[in-house]
Design a protein around this ligand. Sequence first.
Ligand code: PRT
Ligand code: ZN
Length: 296
Amino acid sequence: MLVDKDRLHIAIQKSGRLADLSRDLLRDAGLRIQNGKNSLTARVDNFPIDLMFVRDDDIPTFVADGVCEFGMVGRNVLEEFALDQPEARFEILASLGFGRCALRIAAPERTDYRGPETLRGSRIATSYPRLVRRFLDGHGIEASVVKMNGAVELAPRLGIAPFICDLVSTGATLEANGLVPTDIVLESEAVLVRTLRPVTLEKAELGENLLRRLEGVLATQESKYIMLNAPEEALARIAELLPGAEAPTVVPLAGTPGHYAVHAVCKESVFWETLQTLKAAGASAILVMPIEKMMM
Ligand code: PRT
Ligand code: ZN
């Protein structure tokens, strides 16, 4: 593989659950990605950046070795890798808000599962042996961990192990196999990871720029711009109720003395309940608008 030393490299999943969402996030951050979904790499037109499309399992190695300065990968994959290679050189910079799931112990429906104690002396099939071992050690439990590379949910029926530990999002797969999720070993989502190997000053600056942009996109995903009207006596209470807003802008409404317009960037989710509480506190003409870009 030819790696252009002067360009920044970002490893993302080639195909799978994180592939499209990783690309979308980079596009939202303003990177113009050339087409080439089926190739191994793609150029970014407007920055000296190349994307590398790889198996998610290879992303930690690429980043730790400095072949790619950045990567987007599930926390589950990264933490399993880190337990295997404790001296690996990378750092997690941000959670990316997609690929949410949990690595969970699951037991057949009829098992009387009473916490980790139930696993003592037993067998657990998983694709994440090191994370499971850490969980067991943390609870002082001795048990056998059986590594499987896929179809872990079949292990109890095949007689490989009475328990499994696997990723769960909706839980439909477990249910279809007569299994019930129990203890959580790890909460996971896609994360942005950066190499700790030394990079040139140019690359470090470009990396900071990229990070700033990604943080901007992530912040806007949750954030909303709220506008409302309110009488003077309600302003203090309303300012308290605005989710995650700091220092709202308050301007007098022309022609209606004692009434004000309040504008604020809300950095937490705005629910219907929030609007009802604001209304009850005296707000009217409440508008909630998406924010397209934001630089903190
Ligand atoms: O080819 P490559 O090696 O790159 O991909 P992969 O097949 O190893 O990974 P992929 O694309 O399946 O998942 C990539 C990442 O997505 C995982 O490492 C997790 O970080 C994240 N993720 C989020 C999930 C799930 N949700 C998920 N539900 N990964 C796997 N699953 C499995 C789950 O174990 C079950 O078998 O999907 C199935 C459906 O889940 P339920 O609970 O909705 O039934
Ligand atoms: Zn994989």
